[in-house]
Design a binder for this molecule. Structure first.
Ligand SMILES: C[S@@+](CC[C@H](N)C(=O)[O-])C[C@H]1O[C@@H](n2cnc3c(N)ncnc32)[C@H](O)[C@@H]1O
Length: 165
């Protein structure tokens, strides 16, 4: 498969999965967290499909297209390893949904990210809340959910926080 085909498949899966979760996420109280603003593609989509949810966006810097820049209150700048741990006073309620789009292309680096990310995600998610990520998480109080048909099995993961530990 060419890199173009692979890119198209990845973006298509991301859109299908984001939309697949909307009704489920809307049954849970709490804001949406976008980990990794990048150029703002998925943030822009999230604000379209979650008009009633507050969305907080995390990244080292704001490098998105100007048309989809979050406002200052909702753009949390800095290393997520620090900011996710200390965002409670600003974000308030625990999250109904976290879209985590910060994986690297390197499997060893991804393991290192998962190591610091897991406890922070657990802390910030509401019970019943959903996580969509390409990173494989191993949180004992989260269940792994089936993906809709047509989504490549290994590529994305959907988790739901089943209980507090
Ligand atoms: C793949 S891009 C996100 C793409 C974005 N969701 C979109 O659709 O345009 C990953 C982003 O995560 C950010 N990122 C990765 N690791 C981070 C960290 N530890 N702290 C803050 N931002 C991080 C990078 O700066 C980059 O902008």
């Amino acid at each position: 498969m060419s890199r173009l085909d692979s890119f198209i498949r990845r973006m298509t899966s991301q859109k299908i999965l984001l939309e697949y979760l909307v009704d489920k996420v809307n049954e849970v109280d709490g804001p949406v967290l976008e980990l990794g603003l990048g150029n703002g593609r998925t943030y822009d989509h999230l604000r379209e499909i979650y008009p009633a949810k507050e969305i907080f966006v995390f990244d080292l810097a704001m490098n998105c297209h100007p048309s989809c820049a979050p406002d200052a209150e909702h753009m949390i700048l800095g290393d997520i390893r620090d900011t996710l741990a200390f965002c409670g006073p600003r974000v308030g309620a625990r999250a109904s949904f976290a879209h985590i789009d910060i994986g690297s292309a390197d499997p060893t680096n991804d393991l290192a990210i998962v190591d610091w990310l897991e406890p922070l995600v657990n802390e910030r998610m509401a019970v019943g809340g959903y996580v969509l990520t390409a990173l494989e998480l191993h949180l004992s109080n989260f269940e792994s959910l089936e993906k809709p048909e047509g989504i490549h099995q290994g590529r994305y993961h959907i988790y739901r926080k089943a209980a507090e530990v």
